[in-house]
Design a protein. Sequence first.
Length: 148
Amino acid sequence: MTLQRWAVTVIVVALNSTAIAQGAEQERPWAKGVAPSAQKQALEIFRLGNAALKESQWRAASERYREALALWDHPAINYNLALALLQLDQPIETYQRLEAALKYGAALLDADKFEQAQRYRALIDKQVARVELRCDVEGAVVKLNGQQ
């Protein structure tokens, strides 16, 4: 059964100004090395993605979230990208984005969203397989689906 057949309630995680403007006394590893101007720009793009997601414009939302992630690899942006990718039937990247969203635990997602992300990850884990490829021919390049 594909993920598109699952009834998905879209929960949009909102990054708010308070989360971005937290004091330096709190450790924020997801913000390390990211300039405040880049955080602000990522937040603006993230909000555009949220608007598209609310309108069920999955591809447009995913494009905005990818733009935002290029500026700031934030767990909440990864979570919302995963929600869009669920609808686009992209299980491998959805799994990767959920992993990134869960990387820092429940620190950035409220308890419900954190649990939902864990449930989605468990569901997708049953739909994908891990493959290890090896080649003993020196100089050979092994590709799967066009990727080395």
